[in-house]
Design a protein around this ligand. Structure first.
Ligand SMILES: Cc1ncc(COP(=O)(O)O)c(C=O)c1O
Length: 388
């Protein structure tokens, strides 16, 4: 008879071949069992579809990666423990000491600091360039440029760049193009179809969509994803099975959620644009947006992010921020709940006046991640928060 420790560890851990699950179960295991040495040898030689260790691959994570690849119409996708994990792993896999990275100056703060504060220590030099330079890459790219990293739409002004044009300029010079597609997500924008080499997203946002998972993703060709997969093993930035399960569940309703995010954000943006208490509204779905035409060409829907300005006045923005009731005061975006933030307190915190001007950000800006509530309720909430 086995002791209770042995029993509790091994009893019940058998393959229940008769129960065929409809959904992919959570393979909450760090490692996988082999029958014999022959099986391990076959695995090592790439002749087996078995799994060895969850930092390398796990069936629940692979299942969500197959969904993510299908969504981006990519040959391959990888899931990471966070968006930052994805960004770090992509950059470490595709850039080396002596290389130059060109990065849009208007970029997620984590990306900026990773490049500027950390990767610079490893000999990867980054040049941060304006929107105009991104649109005219020929005047920026040098013989040392290894890759171009950019976003569209850009936080918080939702300015858009011509993605196909950037991809073409990079390809012509043998430079890798990489987009952070977090704000649009592949339902609204398909960067790989526009010619971009790699598409990265924070899965924490729209992909999961329920504000309860931290994750990241990259999609692209097998050839470009393979070195990232190798780096992910070494850096240990892989997604865990449980968040992979939750992400897979969230992805099943992504098209439905995005349609509603688009419709709600359009309604909110149109309400704000008509309201005389608001000095300016930033939404790519409004004809008044400077990149409305670019957005129409490359986006299917305009997304769930809306930003507005109250005459550049911090106090007025702070009052709206403090007064909303349904909309929650929280960082992040892309969840079912509408969220509000003030860019000068979050993404542009600590920026000088010159840096704010460069980013097109004022102290009176309010950013909304428009959720899936009833649009009329959201509009009523903003209406009361704006006061008379
Ligand atoms: C545009 C963008 N990219 C990347 C990230 C980083 O993602 P994560 O927080 O999942 O690491 C964020 C997070 O806010 C983001 O907004």
């Amino acid at each position: 008879m086995k002791g209770p420790a042995t029993e509790l560890i091994h009893a019940g851990e058998t393959d229940r071949g008769v129960a065929v699950p409809l959904t992919t179960p959570i393979y909450e295991t760090s490692t996988f069992v082999f029958e014999n040495a022959q099986e391990v040898l076959a695995y090592n030689e790439g002749r087996s579809s078995k799994y060895l260790y969850s930092r390398y691959a796990n069936p629940t994570v692979v299942s969500v990666e197959e969904k993510l690849a299908a969504l981006d119409r990519a040959e391959a996708a990888l899931a990471f423990s966070s968006g930052q994990g994805a960004t770090t792993t992509i950059l470490m896999a595709h850039a080396k000491a002596g290389d130059e990275v060109i990065c849009g100056a208007a970029i997620y703060g984590g990306t900026l600091h990773l490049l500027h504060d950390l990767l610079a220590n490893f000999g990867i030099a980054t040049r941060f360039v304006s929107l105009e330079d991104l649109a005219n890459l020929d005047r920026v790219l040098t013989a040392r440029t290894r890759l171009v990293w950019f976003e569209s739409p850009i936080n918080p002004t939702l300015r858009c760049v011509d993605i196909g044009r950037i991809a073409d300029a990079c390809r012509a010079r043998g430079v890798l193009s990489i987009i952070d597609n977090t704000f649009a997500c592949p339902i609204n924008q398909q960067p790989l179809a526009l010619g971009v080499d790699l598409s990265m997203q924070s899965a924490t946002k729209y992909l999961n969509g329920h504000s309860d998972v931290t994750g990241g993703v990259v999609c692209g060709s097998r050839a470009l994803v393979a070195p990232i997969e190798k780096a992910r093993r070494l850096l240990g930035t892989v997604m865990d099975p449980y968040p992979a399960y939750a992400l897979g569940r969230g992805l099943k309703t992504l098209p439905l959620r995005i349609a509603r995010h688009n419709a709600n954000a359009q309604a909110v943006a149109e309400f704000l644009a008509k309201d005389r208490r608001v000095s300016r509204v930033y939404y790519p779905g409004l004809p008044s947006h400077p990149d409305y035409e670019i957005a129409r060409r490359q986006m299917v829907g305009s997304g769930g992010m809306v930003c507005f300005d109250l005459d550049g006045q911090y106090d007025r923005a702070a009052r709206v921020y403090d007064r909303v009731k349904i909309v929650k005061r929280a960082a992040s975006l892309g969840g079912v709940e509408s969220l509000v933030s003030m860019p000068v307190l979050t993404s542009q915190w600590g920026h000088t006046e010159a840096q704010l001007k460069e980013a097109g950000v004022t102290r009176g800006m309010v950013r909304l991640s428009v959720g899936l509530e009833d649009a009329d309720d959201l509009i009523a909430d903003l209406d009361q928060a704006l006061e008379r």
